[in-house]
Ligand binder design. Structure first.
Ligand code: ATP
Ligand code: MG
Length: 319
């Protein structure tokens, strides 16, 4: 990471999950948590665990939910200097319960939590000024203050010759707003690497059909597209016309939350550490697969040694 750390911007949350499957929270049920969470936090934690230099701009409350997150990120090697503490708002949270069919019910406290209080603080400016890569998460578009910071970071990092990646995981309802759609389109226009999951590819490209959509993205600015296919693995397409498919690692899925964020954190970290696409993609698939084997959104994020051991368990697979 010669140019400086990979950074991201957005929500830090705790997740508290129902231990049993079922519908909603309308009677007393057994819950387990708090688990550190928030898509940008999961991404940056996996990035740091793999040995990539990594930092996050975020805000937590002056409470244990904030402490548990900051302690985890710090322990895993992330730069936490630009995580501010709100004296007024509690740390963001998400209560989640899985239904029998795999869909989820949520109770969120994000918009009126510390997570929505992120600001372009002196510490945030300092982190941006020495960073070499910005990873933008679509989820951050839900936080009004994130936009200004993202714009500042894009300008600063581009001026330094750094690069930008974009995970277009924007909630569909948000894309109904013309302002959000414009911001989304702008990110697609400037990102060097785009990491869509399933349908997000077509939303980002504005075109149906996998080949057509990938070509439409290369006609803009992207030089790499990493397409996530859940339990079917993933594919990287390059502007030069290469296609690298990577089968998934077979695992028992305990908790699917965070797979895409771990995939992205691992892929960006490995590419920035200088690995070729094939090797980075193997680590990314391993990171996503390993994460779904653990309860809790970032509990299965792996170090390089842990991912090497995980990969070696599958006959015929190695890095
Ligand atoms: P999320 O579901 O967390 O929003 P996403 O939809 O962005 O994530 P996925 O495609 O679900 O991304 O997962 C990212 C990667 O993680 C996949 O490409 C795959 O390599 C791995 N992965 C996810 N789920 C599984 C699974 N059940 N078995 C094996 N690997 C998986
Ligand atoms: Mg998924």
């Amino acid at each position: 990471d010669a140019l400086g750390p990979t950074i991201t911007i957005g929500e830090i949350l705790v997740e508290i999950m129902a231990t049993d499957r079922g519908t909603g929270f309308l009677e007393p049920i057994t819950l387990i948590g708090p688990y550190p969470s928030g898509a940008p936090a999961i991404f940056i934690d996996q990035c740091a665990r793999l040995g990539g230099s990594a930092g996050i701009i975020a805000c937590v409350g002056e409470d244990d939910f904030g402490r548990v997150n900051v302690a985890r990120l710090r322990a895993d090697g992330a730069d936490v200097s630009a995580i501010s503490t709100s004296p007024e708002f509690p740390t963001g949270s998400a209560f989640v319960r899985y239904r029998k069919d795999g869909s989820r019910d949520f109770v969120f406290n994000i918009a009126r939590s510390a997570a929505a209080q992120i600001d372009l603080t002196a510490a945030a400016r300092a982190l941006i000024a020495r960073s070499g890569h910005l990873h933008v998460m679509g989820t951050a578009f839900a936080i009004p203050g994130a936009i200004e910071i993202i714009e500042h970071a894009i300008a600063a990092i581009k001026a330094r010759g750094g690069s930008i990646s974009f995970d277009p995981n924007v909630r569909k309802e948000l894309l109904g707003q013309s302002e959000t759609r414009a911001r989304f389109a702008r990110l697609v226009d400037i990102a060097d690497l785009i990491l869509p999951s399933g349908e997000e590819l077509f939303v980002a490209a504005g075109v149906e059909g996998e080949r057509e959509a990938v070509h439409a993205l290369f006609a803009r600015n992207a030089s790499e597209v990493a397409l996530k296919r859940g339990a079917n693995g993933s594919t990287v397409f390059t502007r030069e016309g290469r296609r690298i498919d990577c089968p998934a690692f077979a695992v028992e899925e305990i908790d699917p939350t965070g797979a895409g964020d771990c995939f992205g954190g691992a892929y960006v970290a490995c590419r920035r550490l200088g690995m070729p696409i094939e090797q980075a993609l193997t680590y990314a698939n391993a990171a996503g697969a390993r994460n779904v084997t653990a309860k809790g959104p970032m509990e299965g994020a792996g170090t390089r040694a842990e991912l090497d051991a995980f990969i070696a368990m599958t006959p015929g697979r190695s890095t």
